[in-house]
Every structure is written in C-alpha cells, then in structure tokens.
Design a protein around this ligand. Structure first.
Ligand code: NAD
Length: 427
C-alpha cells in the first residue's frame, strides 16, 4: 500500500466537506484522533517461552458519547489501520444516530498460529494493558475480524476482575450467558440485508432475477449470503481466504454453510441432515469473484480489495460494502465513472454497532429484549437512516458515500459546535 490507510480515509471526509457548511473548529477537531494507545502484550506460550505482541486502541472522537469500536486480530494490524477504523466508527455511529463516538482496537497477530489457551492469555493480557483506557462511560470494545463472542467473554471477565465488580456494559458482543444480546451475532449481516432490501426496489429490481457474489464467508458474509438466499436472491458465488466457488444457477447457501462448518472447506453442496453431496460448481480466485458479471457484489472480507488496479474490471451494478474500507478512494472514482452504484461501509455494515448499542442499553437497564425486538429495532434504524442518506444523495446529486458522510458530519459538527465555536467566543 503506497498511501496510508488513514490518508485514504480522510479523503472521504474532504469530499463531504464540499457539500456541507460546518464550523472550522469542527473540521480542525476531526483531523486528529482524540487519543491513541500502543501497548506491548506479554503472553506465556504453551512451550513455556514468553512472547510480546503489539496492540493498539484508538479513540477518535467522543463528542457525541463514549467511544465504541471492535477489536481485530490480524497480522496486518498497525496503528495507522486502527486509527482509520476508529475514524470510520466515528462517522458510522453518527450516521446511525447512536450516542457514541468512534474507536477501534487491534493486535498484530495471526490468531490461527495460537492454541486456544494462548489466545485466551493474549486476550486477557490485552485487557490488562488497556483497562484504564476503556469502560462503559468511556470506550466500549466489541468483536471485529478474527475475534468473537468467546474472546469478548474472556475480555469482559478480565475487565471485571481488574475492577473488582461486574461491569456488564464495558464490552459488547459478549456470549449470551455473560449478558450479551440476542441477535448480536447476526446483526452486521442483517443490517446489510435491510439496507439492500431498502435500496434495491429504487432500481426496480426483482429478487429472483438478481445475482449476488459475496466475498468473505465469515461472521458477516455468511449471514448476508444466507438472508439474501432466504429472500429469493440468486447467490452465485462466495469466497473465503482460500478462494471462491461459483455456480451459475445459484448456490444452496445453507448447505454451503453446513459443509464449510464441518470441513472448513468451501464447496457447492446440497446437504440433507448430516449428509452433503457435492454439486457442480467452478472454483474461482478471489480476484475473479470481484470481477464476476453479477448484479450485486458484497465485499465482506478485508479492506483495499477493489483498487485502481482492478476497478475497471468490476462488472457488478451495485456494490454493498459490508467490510470496512474494501474500496480505495481512487477505485471509487473509477467505479462512479463506470456508473456502478456503491453503497458505503459506514451505512451498510452499521448493523453490528447498532446491536452493540442495544446490548449496552440492555446491560445498563438490566432489562433484556427478545430476538424479535432486537431485529425489529435494528430494521427500524437501518431503514430510516438508509432512506435519509438516499434522500441527501438525490437532493445534492452526490454519491451515497459522500451523502453518508454529509449526514454524519452534520450531526458531529452540531455536537462539536454545541460546546462553543469561534463565533461564539468572538462575537
Ligand atoms: P471474519 O474473520 O469472521 O471473516 C472474514 C472472512 O473473510 C473469512 O471468511 C476469511 O476467510 C475471508 N477472507 C479474508 N481475506 C480474504 C480475501 N482476500 N478474499 C476473500 N475472503 C477473504 O470477519 P468478519 O467479522 O466477518 O468481518 C468482515 C469485515 O466486516 C471486516 O472488514 C470487518 O471490519 C467488517 N465488520 C465486521 C463487523 C462484525 O460485527 N463482525 C461489524 C462491522 C464491520
């Protein structure tokens, strides 16, 4: 990557600033993260040796409330990446009108190289190092790439031990038995699904004739593929880090899911009970998946997947960014020039943080909701903010990405100004 991811992320803000009047003070505030923490995490390995890993937590802006954002475990995690993700979280929370600012955390590690016990020690040790930086009224972590409810459970337990009390709202995405929320595990994918269902009718499409390719078959991608399949869309291709599968007539997603779950492999299968038969399909590379001739492309893996190198080859008509930052700013311009509709990450994958917010609310009130209540509230939020961003895009003749930033900036700018602006002090 030649340009820093954070410099990339900031370009989206610059584009939005042309379409909104916001105080100079607010612009100045949003140029820098509020605070960044880098920690060394000592872990006793199974062979008795001690290894020290690098971890980060960045709180970007807390004007609208305590900061909120996931923790990722990945070999490519850097401070620059965590800062960019924290920046995106700030705009995502504002776009969805959640009473939070943005944060993110991460550890530079390939978790697949660790035993389960080493992973637990790493997760608890990370909390030892950042415990003073987080808290239910300060900064609330959640899962992200290669972290899950089990890891959040270890982290919440360690946080409680350090503070000598149970603090349920300190971390979200916890297991249900540790006062997590129903519906959190499917929230991001379901939020994407609600956004797709809100936006596609505007293009007069018919579900049964709409083909879909999903890149990434993890927490988020599986749920999206499954919900779209259930709704009648033709999901023709999915992929994971090993590569992808394509079947022109459509994949049977529940079977693909079951097969992947039991064998860790992606194959076009049809399963009855525990018996799966392999159907006809083609194997494709991840690069090929991104350029398939489909209606909808859903990147749900990692950032920087569509760049200026492959943007011209993309043939999908609509791209829904379920992953964070899958399209670079340079690629964005190419896609727009080619008439491809891009629906941005800060809206499309906001279902996860929305239900994390619901978990925080339930933890603080002590009153727990049914999964129907959670999903219903998620739907209301996603549909309302998607419609509003669509309206802004139409009114101002701007892309959905710029409209989402304009919408979020409006709220953040107002909150920053409420604390006093230059005009306020000089007039
Ligand atoms: P995950 O680790 O569960 O799944 C990632 C999937 O992507 C895996 O199937 C992996 O094999 C695959 N993958 C990795 N590199 C790939 C590549 N080059 N090509 C194709 N597939 C590849 O992670 P996740 O939680 O599903 O997160 C996916 C994306 O969604 C990330 O960008 C994350 O930041 C974003 N996101 C996640 C949540 C959440 O609630 N989990 C919320 C908001 C945004």
């Amino acid at each position: 990557m030649t340009e820093s991811l954070f410099a990339e992320a900031s370009q989206r803000l610059d584009a939005a600033l042309h379409h909104i009047s916001i105080s100079e003070d607010a612009i100045e505030r949003l140029k820098f993260p509020k605070s960044s923490l880098q920690v060394s995490i000592p872990v006793r390995m199974d062979n008795g040796s001690l290894q020290v890993f690098q971890g980060y937590r960045v709180r970007y802006d807390d004007t609208r409330g305590p900061t909120k954002g996931g923790i990722r475990y990945h070999p490519s995690v850097t401070l620059d990446e965590v800062k960019s993700l924290a920046f995106w979280m700030t705009f995502k929370c504002a776009a969805l009108d959640l009473p939070f600012g943005g944060a993110k955390g991460g550890i530079t590690i390939d978790p697949k190289q660790l035993s389960k016990l080493e992973l637990e020690r790493l997760s608890r040790s990370y909390i030892n190092e950042i415990a003073d930086f987080i808290g239910p009224d300060v900064d609330i972590p959640a899962p992200d790439v290669q972290t899950n409810s089990m890891i959040m459970g270890w982290m919440a337990d360690r946080y409680n031990t350090i503070h000598r009390k149970i603090v349920p709202a300190a971390i979200t995405g916890k297991p249900l038995t540790m006062v997590g929320s129903l519906g959190r595990d499917t929230a991001t994918g379901m939020g994407t699904f609600f956004a797709i269902e809100t936006l596609m009718p505007k293009f007069q499409t018919v579900r049964e004739n709409t083909t879909v390719a999903v890149q990434g078959f993890g927490n988020v991608g599986v749920v999206i593929a499954d919900l779209l399949w259930q709704a009648g869309y033709r999901v023709v291709a999915v992929s994971d880090s090993q590569g992808g599968i394509y079947a022109k007539g459509g994949l049977d997603i529940p079977s693909v899911k079951q097969f992947k779950h039991s064998t860790r492999n992606l194959k076009a299968a049809y399963c009855e009970g525990t018996v799966c038969n392999i159907l006809e399909y083609e194997t494709i590379t991840n690069e090929e998946l991104l350029t398939l001739d489909v209606d909808i492309l859903v990147p749900a893996a990692m950032e920087n997947q569509i760049t200026e190198k492959n943007a011209n080859a993309v043939r999908a008509k609509y791209i829904f960014e379920a992953a964070n930052g899958p399209i670079t700013a340079a690629a964005d311009a190419i896609l727009e020039a080619n008439g491809i509709h891009v629906f941005p990450d800060i809206l499309i994958n906001a279902g996860g943080v929305t239900v994390s917010y619901f978990e925080w609310v339930q933890n603080r009130s002590g009153l727990y909701w049914t999964v129907e209540e959670v999903n219903d509230r998620l739907k209301q939020k996603m549909v309302k903010e998607t419609e509003r961003i669509w309206e802004i895009a139409q009114q101002k003749s701007i892309s959905m990405r710029t409209a989402a930033y304009v919408h979020a900036l409006d709220r953040i700018g107002e909150a920053i100004d409420a604390k006093g602006t230059r005009d306020f002090y000089t007039s």
